[in-house]
Design a protein around this ligand. Structure first.
Ligand code: ADP
Ligand code: MG
Ligand code: MG
Length: 255
């Protein structure tokens, strides 16, 4: 069984005002096939956690470990992390001018698998997956995310997730900015990916709405750069009613 393990993770970022600590001792263990929801107020460091797992150079790890099946993720380059089976769906997906979606997907798939996918099966997979995500076939030949609406970008992230078949996926606010129909389509894609490959999922969200469609096994409340509380799905129900006030008022979250 595959396991992604985060231990006592401390992360800083360089700002104009100097070095700013953002993650202050994150502990999290995700096994394959598990869905973990991370919920927390804006600015609590959720995206920082996502970027740190993916290896974004802006974030400096000052303490702690991230391991994937015992291998040191922090020692890996961004490419190596992807090849090891880590995937990040970004809160704000980037546009890649001059690179078509099909070329991007094929290049990424080839890099991750170490060999090019057999062309006929691949073309069929891409077409089917786009159909499932209600993406018009014209999106295949458009440049990655260029001129895509917010919702189209989020679908495109899930297209990558379904085709690249990682072991662990970090989904950073994949629900934000989606209307209910798009939310269902995106959630179905995530649930399909889990059913097909048994991946582990770190689902970062500000709102409980997406948890009606993607059922978490565990819920972690993230405040001031660390997990303030964890529980099962019932914790999300309580957050829905009470919001984050209770946590944000705590001395620990003072900045
Ligand atoms: P969340 O995703 O929970 O809203 P973020 O991880 O985006 O939180 O941000 C956490 C804190 O770190 C915020 O105060 C944010 O302004 C700060 N921060 C994150 N990234 C940077 C950066 N690259 N430069 C400066 N500050 C940053
Ligand atoms: Mg935010
Ligand atoms: Mg964020």
């Amino acid at each position: 069984m595959s396991t992604l393990e985060i231990r006592d993770l401390h992360v800083t970022v360089e700002t104009d005002q100097g070095t700013k600590p953002i993650l202050n001792g994150v502990d999290l263990t995700i096994n394959e096939g598990e869905i973990h929801a991370i919920m927390g107020p804006n600015g609590s460091g959720k995206s920082t956690l996502a970027y740190t797992i993916a290896g974004h150079p802006k974030y400096t790890v000052t303490g702690g470990t991230i391991t994937l099946d015992g291998e040191d993720v922090l020692a890996m380059s961004v490419d190596e992390r992807a090849r090891a089976g880590l995937f990040l769906a970004m809160q704000y997906p980037v546009e890649i001018p001059g690179v078509t979606n099909t070329n991007f997907l094929r290049t990424a798939k080839t890099a991750i698998d170490g060999q090019a996918p057999a062309i006929r099966g691949w073309v069929k997979d891409v077409r089917e997956t786009m159909g499932n995500l209600r993406m018009d076939s014209s999106f295949a030949e458009r440049n990655v995310n260029e001129g895509f609406s917010g919702g189209e970008k989020k679908r495109n992230e899930i297209l990558q997730l379904e085709l690249l078949k990682p072991k662990f996926a970090v989904l950073d606010e994949t629900d934000s900015g989606l209307d209910v129909d798009a939310l269902k389509i995106v959630s179905e894609g995530v649930n399909r990916a889990k059913a097909n490959t048994g991946l582990g999922i770190l689902l970062i969200t500000h709102y409980t709405r997406i948890l009606r469609y993607i059922k978490p096994d565990f819920v972690h409340v993230f405040v001031a750069g660390k997990v303030a509380e964890q529980g099962g799905p019932e914790l999300a129900d309580r957050l829905e009613e009470e919001g984050y006030d209770r946590y944000v008022g705590a001395p620990e979250s003072a900045s």
